[in-house]
Ligand binder design. Structure first.
Ligand SMILES: [Zn+2]
Length: 142
């Protein structure tokens, strides 16, 4: 199918310049810089800085999964979110607007049944958020 010549001529001059301008406009509209670290905030329902705004463990036991993983990732653990997310998907635990209990085993006997790498990631979650006990309730929402 060919574009009528008149239309093609009107569209072509806009081309690449239009696209880069549009990107800038989109960025300008959505970008908000963190007042503490200067990095670009991310949208998670509202602008949120994954570097500075540590998610709360609500009631001592409920943690937002996406924010928790992203917070850990940008604070020194590259690839953390993707890796843990994939493991949780494999365990069929991730559904939008749901919660699940994530085991964070501390007992040596229990820990023997976990893969070393996965255990290290679970320990990171427990340590970063100072989780008391052997599990945390993860809230999943996007
Ligand atoms: Zn920040």
């Amino acid at each position: 199918m060919s574009v009528p010549t008149g239309v093609e001529q009107r569209l072509q001059p806009v081309g690449r310049e239009f696209n880069s301008l549009r990107r800038l406009q989109l960025k300008g509209l959505t970008m908000e810089l963190c007042e503490h670290c200067g990095n670009e905030k991310e949208m998670y329902y509202k602008p949120w800085c994954p570097r500075c705004e540590k998610p709360d463990v609500r009631g001592g036991q409920v943690l937002n999964l996406i924010q928790a993983l992203r917070y850990i990732e940008v604070n020194g653990y590259p690839g953390f979110k993707k890796r843990v997310w994939r493991n949780l998907l494999d365990m069929d635990l991730i559904r939008n607007d749901s919660m699940f209990s994530l085991d964070l085993p501390t007992d040596e006997h229990d820990r023997d049944s976990y893969e070393v790498d996965w255990l290290a990631d679970l320990d990171t979650i427990r340590n970063v958020f100072r989780i008391q006990g052997d599990s945390v309730i993860m809230e999943v929402s996007w």
